[in-house]
Design a protein around this ligand. Structure first.
Ligand code: C2E
Ligand code: MG
Ligand code: MG
Ligand code: MG
Length: 287
């Protein structure tokens, strides 16, 4: 199956419908080698506090530094990793690397937390909470400096089992974030069972708030929902100053997106982000 990037020689593995085809086995074998040879890398994207523009956390986003193909985005290999079970050692690698990097930037004077994405499959593997606890201990990272991002679909996954595993991880003091909220199987009932520290509003709604009243209504409601649950509301995919200002006025807590910073290796993360002026401030500056 040739995906969007089919013009290059990259095959997009959609996960479903490939079965045990030759290419499927090839990517699995390649991915196993990638892990062994250290070809995976993490880039980090900042999340800022909308009140002051300060970086609060960095989200780890995995890439494959392929010797021939260059930097391969996660959407091109994570489905194969999930199907083959390689997501288990991959997530362990990501967590260890991310926690080690967090210790690195703490030592450099930045108190940013680190956010790590986990797949539905990870929550099904026995001993995942113990793995998280062991990696925190191994790297010497305080639990409150780690946030795990889980999609709604993963929460819905095996219902109670996923909620129980998340509860165990939360009990360690690790933050729990619901990623891409509104884009998956919306199942508000899971929000009753899981202690949630952050709800990330899907980019699809955020990008439309200026032009589409319905998206505005949805974003406002999710912010209220997050606050009602005692969680932070974080907007994903913020690309313009206009959207940023709208989110400040709507009472959103944090934001992430290309306006603020693209994913980069952590030594390149710029700690200073210039907060877009509010409309009244901008007018004041003109006067
Ligand atoms: P996500 O966790 O929702 O991450 C946000 C994605 O949107 C990232 O794509 C990021 O580069 C992109 N993005 C951020 N800001 C903007 C923006 O302003 N505009 C636009 N158009 N895009 C923006 P990326 O890095 O390709 O990752 C895609 C997805 O792959 C992630 O979505 C996450 O679900 C998954 N993923 C990435 N790394 C990992 C990992 O280590 N483990 C697991 N299980 N999943 C991962
Ligand atoms: Mg995420
Ligand atoms: Mg997301
Ligand atoms: Mg997303």
């Amino acid at each position: 199956y040739q995906g969007k990037r089919g013009t290059a020689d990259i095959v997009v593995y959609s996960g479903d419908g490939i079965g045990h085809s030759h290419q499927w086995l090839v990517v699995q074998a390649e991915l196993r080698h990638a892990l062994e040879r250290g070809e995976l890398v993490l880039h980090y994207q900042p999340k800022v506090n909308l009140a002051d523009g300060e970086v609060r956390a960095l989200e780890a986003l995995v890439r494959w530094q392929h010797p021939q193909r260059g930097l391969v985005p996660p959407g091109d290999f994570l489905p194969a990793a999930e199907h083959s079970g390689l997501i288990v050692p991959l997530t362990e690698w990501v967590l260890r690397r991310a926690l080690t990097d967090q210790v690195g930037w703490s030592a450099a004077g930045q108190q940013w937390a680190v956010s790590v994405n986990v797949s539905a499959r990870n929550l099904e593997v026995p001993g995942f909470p113990e793995l998280v606890a062991n990696l925190l201990a191994e790297t010497g990272t305080p639990a409150r400096r780690l946030v795990l991002e889980v999609t709604e679909t993963a929460l819905a996954g095996d219902g109670e089992a996923a909620a129980r595993v998340i509860g165990e991880i939360a009990a360690l003091g690790v933050g729990i974030s619901v990623d891409d909220f509104g884009a998956g199987y919306t199942s508000l009932s899971h929000l009753r069972e899981v202690p949630v520290d952050e709800i990330k509003i899907d980019r699809g709604f955020v990008s439309d708030v200026i032009d589409d009243p319905r998206s505005r209504a949805i974003v406002r409601s999710v912010i209220e929902l997050a606050h009602g649950l005692g969680s932070r509301a974080t907007a994903e995919g913020v690309e313009t100053a206009e959207i940023y200002r709208w989110l400040v006025e709507a009472g959103c807590d944090e934001a992430q997106g290309y306006l603020i910073g693209r994913p980069v290796p952590w030594p390149q993360v710029a700690p200073e982000f210039e907060v877009p002026k509010t409309v009244s401030e901008a007018e004041g500056a003109v006067r």
